[in-house]
Design a protein around this ligand. Sequence first.
Ligand SMILES: [Zn+2]
Length: 481
Amino acid sequence: MMNRHAAPARRRLRALAVLAAVAVGTGGLVALTPPAPAQAATRTIVSLTFDDGNSDQLNALPALKANGMKGTFYINSGFIGATGHMTRADLTTLKNAGHEIGGHTVNHPDLTQVSGDEATRQICTDRKNLTSWGFTVRSFAYPFASADPAVEKAAQNCGYNSARLLGDIRSRFGCPDCAYAESTRPADKYALKALDQVDATWTLDDLKAGVTNAENNGGGWVQYTFHDICDNACSDLAVTTSLFSQFASWLKTRQAAGTVVKTIGDVIGGAAKPLVDGPSVPAVTGSTNGIVNPSLETGAPDCWMKGGYGNNSPAFSTGSPAHTGNIASGITMSNYVDGDAKLLPQFDLGQCSPTVTPGKTYTLREWYQSSGVTQFAVYLRSTSGTWTYWTSSPWFGSATDWTQADWTTAAIPAGYNGISFALTIFGNGTLRTDDLQLYDSAGAPALAAATTTAPSSATMQATAPQGPVEKVHPTESDVAG
Ligand SMILES: [Zn+2]
């Protein structure tokens, strides 16, 4: 591993060589050249970064503006416009104020837990989305600070100039044997070392210490990562607007010691590279079930996620009895007021969620046992990777024995290319499900007549969710990211 002081030392040697060459040509003028300022060797650069596009991060803007500082905002393009997240107009506001828009994947997966193709789609598609919205996108941060050599290579191949980890710089929060700063010429631009993410336990002294520890130990690059700036304890990662403002004001005074604030892209440098497309996924056909791991029999990554919204208390489990194999999904609902719960294919860019074609209709099937009526809730993925609620099927009747629900969607609307769905529980009781199936309805296999169940009612659930479903993407309250 290269010593982080080695690069500046080499730069100084090159500078001396240039001066020597000048001296040969001009006869002793080099003696009049003033020495480099002492502070150049101990210079500290600070980057203020903000992850996930949480809308409360806009609360940091007045303090950034007042102190003449530009931040880097790592954005999940698939969350933009969703509840609690920034809108595209917000991102434009950031850009117009001089801040950097960086990438953070479309749907915020742990990139080491998905296929190489999915990781590449998540990184490349996000960069493509953000670029298409008018931003110059050079810098990337790994969700959950999770990366391995293959993921780092994917970040590079998608055209990023850098990619950031977390928790690799020494502080009272961790990494006691680490350095106090990343090099301003990082050894690995695709594994940038940063302080642990800021959380609600950080004090003003903690924030200051990240800077002063670097200043007092040879300088270098200190990257801060914020998630929420709010005054109502909105998350475990939140700092107050006042605390952020105090830190920014103090940070400005460090200019006297040579400490400056820069965006990640400006520290790394270099122009934005060409866009790269991620690998495509073939659309579901009429002859092969489009669901991955449809009977829940395989382990992680199992391609399933817990979904739901509203006021209720679902308890999820997997195991026997199953319709086929050994594993089915079980949900026991209590304290039901409104909303629903379901286990459905992971919202992603195609490894787990099936790819569909606009204009085509699709056949949805799932085996179930249910103490009450149930129905399919259906979500669509936009061509840019944003997931939203689409529609719900009519109700299917309660069933003690394994029963197959079968429903055909309307035509997939333009602008969407992925689907996720499942039977839901929307009352107190139990729902078991197994063997989810999806076919292009032109060519879907016939059902055995004895197993077909007709909808008990054409009534749609009145409380079907509108817009992005809640509780379906990972929260970051207890993981880096
Ligand atoms: Zn994140």
